[in-house]
Design a protein around this ligand. Sequence first.
Ligand code: ADP
Length: 250
Amino acid sequence: RRQILVTHDATESDRIEMMRRDFVANASHELRTPLTVINGFLEIACAQPNLDVKTRLSHLKLMAEQGQRMQNLVEDMLTLTRLESVDYPLRPERVNIHILLDQILQDTQALSGGRHDISLEVDGPDIKGGTEELRSAFGNLATNAVRYTPEHGTIRLRWKLKESGPEFTVEDSGIGIRPEHISRLTERFYRVDKSRSRETQGTGLGLAIVKHVLLRHDATLAIESVPEQGSTFRVKFPRKAVCEDTLEKG
Ligand code: ADP
């Protein structure tokens, strides 16, 4: 019996070590690409100091884009690391859902720049949780809806109280996801289409962050999708998350 336990422990630590190595390999790879681009343009700038202003400006813009990509990546990696750390406890507070979702609606509209029809419906109570963490989780889901929905598509954000507890849904009429990908989407760096994700400044870490924020709230994520028709990301909170006094008000 003792032996089985030892084997089990070794397998578990092997698995963790493998995940750690994968993460470092993926992260290094993701950082190398933008760094190569930036270094390439820097070399050109040194070798050809008299380049015309227009060309130089276009090189600077491309470098800035890659710099932003590296920044997004590093910030997402830090967020994930914090969320996974046991030394970083979630301090539950009252989350004002109206304020939070209004901000997310505004950010989503700004990102879309009028290319989508975006709406928000709030019909449910406030909850106890981490406001910043939920902003990041809900924001990532809404951002993805914009990024993976072609122009003129619709995006619906909803907050509702269901029998099992409060529910946040993001429904889009976008490109959808084939069923074989769905169970892997919350893995770090997993993407259905790498080039599309990169074009829209994706890091491949958004849904991993969502998963960890939800874990900390005892909430779950359900994903339904039909390719070419759209996806619904459904976040279900437990009933105990409700701030009961908002129920009486509303
Ligand atoms: P990324 O930064 O690449 O968007 P995420 O972790 O947020 O990383 O998402 C992982 C992958 O899941 C995306 O690359 C994309 O393939 C897929 N995905 C996420 N949200 C949607 C959506 N609303 N519609 C279609 N595909 C999506």
